[in-house]
Design a protein around this ligand. Structure first.
Ligand code: ADP
Ligand code: ZN
Ligand code: ZN
Length: 732
């Protein structure tokens, strides 16, 4: 027999399907195998089986061995793999890697076994105890222990009673040692506690609407705290009852434990978690539990859409508008597109949930492509928190130069006095965004990138937030030698410092990329806050989403304008989403919530709409702007990014690519709404000079996009990096 194999090597030149022969009847579609490849031996995946080969059989090499008995990929995931390859313009190997835990690919992690010991069945304990030698006290104790505790890890018994006692009772035939597969399961100490709520009429209607619609995709548009999560849980329960499987995606790793907790409370071990924050062993074992059908619900961040499940009946994307659902490195996939493909493939329902749907999704709902379900009220008609605007221009005029407005200080005091909790949001980690010389005005920059460095007081360093380079904090200006340094722009570290000065008694936690590096770091901080071991939680956008803390009655938004001033066409949308999400953390239980929003542009219309929770008003304004200016969803924004360590090399490649694309542009003028070539906004990153060809093309011109890709891809080389992004979230 012959097999078509994709070999795990990411190289455009060998991006082909290779034929191998085999005799092992266990080798089948989706099997992982080891094959000879040139002088190397590589891993691969079988994507086809056939009796006749295309190449002369005598030239075909044999498969060396099968890696696992169970094929790692299924018919469904194989089809998805091909879809990703085609739509994300990547090699087969790169597409394949999405579907396998990386630790499995490299063969670094193996199944783990543990030895257990138990009394043999039907043992007469008294007789056994009496038959032991007089001085074998430990053996008698071990027998007694096992009769009371049942099957126990051998290592525990050995530790309690000694290895010789353990061996003794096994040798005498009283107990038996077995080897068992041991699952490394993440978040073991999560407390299970099913709330067992009765769904409200509105929630029941939402569930019924999903089940009754003939549309694949439903958009669940429900304000923060409207009970969307309970709707998801009920839908999952129904899916499992039909013997199908479900995938539940959340935007941040930080949100997975909270969701897993609720899933485990209802479904126990039927839920498995997949994300990059787990240890290699945990991820490996969770993946196999899903693959073997031991777990039927996969939960995770965006990559869990590739979960090795069969018979998927339901896919949920919570906070569907979130930017993290678009991958920013190759393969650059949009999770929603893959979810739609998968849902259609297996006849599953797809739920997109959000309090602030993306402009694209809401338009599709308006156009009738999606089934729109609305939950306009919070549970029990709890009011949405009242938002107070603090005009920071006035504060400055009044002589208040602190990071907190007087309104926020007033509310914080009240909140602390009442023993409630507060969240302070600021989308800047570190101590200060920049360090500036007060003599010559020089701003410290990264050696490898064209960006200013952020001061991190905790380890007294200057950090580049783009490439991660770390420098020692300066004591004098590197340009003029002056020792007078000013901090520009406040970060979370500094906010905590200021809070400590103002409220020495208050217990404060900080959550940002720096405090969540350790394994389960997110989880620990959130748990502490949720257990009310802290009064104030300071954090970046990590704390904005999804969390449900009943005792939070105040949210302070320190710099509401920050994201407004990006030159990105999505900046208005992002600001609206972020403000609504952060505000939604306040007043979720009995007590009413309050939000103080600090801004330098209180008259801005997006801020106004966010404060009034006026999504539809915001949408109507935004969609008319997008239409008038020819931006998505009316067009696709396509960027070809060219970079090289040598500026001249980058520039001449850019000129060549621009020339070719220009010809394409001239042939298809009516489809182009914009065509231009320029330096990238971030001119230098990680020692590479960056240029771009930027285009806006009528939406849905798949063929044209493919042609652009093929045109540019030819210019890739060892020293020239070329990538094509479509509707990227990040055009820096
Ligand atoms: P969302 O996901 O829409 O922000 P959640 O599902 O987290 O909202 O619900 C907000 C709060 O309301 C949670 O504390 C949740 O337990 C509670 N809740 C949800 N549905 C019900 C219900 N039917 N009855 C009582 N409480 C509910
Ligand atoms: Zn200076
Ligand atoms: Zn850098």
């Amino acid at each position: 027999m012959f097999a078509d194999v994709i070999v795990d090597i990411n190289n455009v030149e060998v991006d082909k399907i290779f034929e191998y022969s085999f005799f092992d009847c266990k080798i089948t579609l989706g099997s992982r195998v080891v094959v000879p490849f040139g002088k190397k031996v590589l891993e691969g995946i079988v994507i086809g089986i056939k009796e006749q080969s295309v190449y002369p059989p005598e030239k075909i090499k044999p498969i060396l061995r099968l890696l696992e008995q169970t094929p790692a990929l299924t018919k469904e995931t194989l089809a998805m793999m091909e879809y990703v390859r085609k739509t994300c313009y990547v090699t087969r190997a790169l597409s394949m890697r999405l579907f396998l835990p990386s630790e499995m690919r490299k063969g670094k992690v193996k199944e783990q076994f543990t030895r257990t010991v138990a009394l043999i069945e039907g043992l007469d304990l008294e007789q056994a105890i009496n038959s032991t030698k007089k001085n074998a006290i430990k053996q008698r104790e071990a027998l007694q222990y096992l009769s009371e505790n049942g099957k126990t890890k051998a290592s525990i018994v050995a530790e309690l009673f000694g290895a010789s006692a353990l061996n003794g009772i096994v040798e005498k035939g009283f107990a038996i040692i077995e080897k068992e597969k041991y699952f490394r399961s993440p978040y073991k100490d999560l407390t299970f506690n099913d709330k067992n709520v009765e769904l409200t009429e509105k929630q029941k209607n939402a569930v019924a609407s999903v089940e009754n619609t003939d549309k694949t995709t439903s958009l669940l548009f429900g304000v923060t705290g409207s009970g969307k999560t309970e709707v998801y849980l009920d839908l999952i329960k129904r899916t499992i009852a039909k013997n199908k499987t479900a995938i539940m995606l959340v935007p941040e790793i930080a949100l997975t434990p909270q969701m897993l907790k609720q899933l485990r409370a209802k479904f126990g071990d039927d839920a498995a978690i997949l994300h990059s924050g787990l240890s290699a062993g945990e991820r490996f074992d969770e993946w196999w539990r899903l693959r073997n059908g031991e777990a039927r619900i996969a939960i995770g961040a965006r990559s869990a859409i590739f979960a090795p499940l069969e018979n998927v009946g339901l896919i949920i994307i919570d906070e569907e508008h979130d930017g993290s659902y678009t991958s920013e490195s190759a393969p650059r996939y949009a999770t929603v597109d893959i979810a739609k493909f998968r849902a259609n493939l297996s006849g599953a329902k797809l739920i997109l949930g959000s309090a602030t749907p993306s402009i694209e999704s809401y338009k599709k709902a308006m156009d009738g492509e999606y089934n729109l379900i609305e939950l306009p009220d919070r549970i029990n008609k709890r009011p949405l928190p009242e938002v107070e605007i603090a005009d920071m221009r006035l504060e400055v005029r009044r002589g208040n130069n602190s990071v907190f407005s007087s309104a926020l200080k007033f509310e914080l005091e009240k909140c602390l006095k009442n023993n409630n909790q507060a969240i302070i949001f600021l989308n800047q980690r570190g101590y200060s965004k920049t360090v500036i010389c007060t003599e010559c005005g020089h701003v410290q920059k990264c050696d490898a990138c064209d960006v200013s460095l952020t001061y991190h007081r905790e380890d007294n360093s200057l950090l580049c937030h783009y490439c991660g380079a770390k420098y020692k904090m300066i004591t004098a200006c590197t340009e003029c030698g002056s020792p007078f340094i000013r901090y520009g722009g406040t970060g979370t570290e500094r906010v905590v410092e200021e809070l400590k000065k103002l409220y020495p008694e208050a217990r404060i936690l900080r959550m940002d990329r720096d405090t969540t590096q350790s394994k389960e770091g997110h989880f620990k901080i959130l748990n502490q806050f949720s257990a009310r071991e802290a009064d104030i939680l300071v954090g970046t956008q990590m704390i904005a989403k999804g969390h449900d803390f009943p005792f939070v009655t105040l949210v302070g938004i320190l710099d509401a304008d920050m994201s407004l001033h990006f030159s990105d066409f999505r900046s208005g949308e992002r600001t609206f989403q972020l403000l609504t999400q952060v505000a939604g953390r306040s007043g979720r239980a009995e007590q009413a919530g309050k939000v103080v929003l600090q801004t330098y542009s209180p008259e801005n219309s997006v801020l106004r709409q966010a404060i009034n929770y006026d999504y539809v008003g915001f949408y109507n304004q935004e969609i008319s702007i997008r239409k008038a200016t020819a931006f998505p969803p009316f067009t696709d924004v396509v960027r070809v990014l060219i970079s090289s360590e040598d500026d001249d090399t980058a520039l001449s490649a850019t000129k060549a690519i621009h020339g070719q694309l220009n010809a394409l542009y001239l042939e298809n003028r009516e489809k182009f709404k914009f065509f231009g070539c320029m330096k990238a906004p971030l001119k230098r990153l990680q020692n590479k000079f960056r240029y771009q060809v930027l285009m806006r093309i009528d939406a849905g011109e798949e063929e044209l996009l493919q042609t652009i890709f093929i045109t540019c891809d030819k210019y890739k080389s060892r020293s020239i990096f070329v990538s094509m992004e479509v509707n990227s979230n990040n055009l820096t």
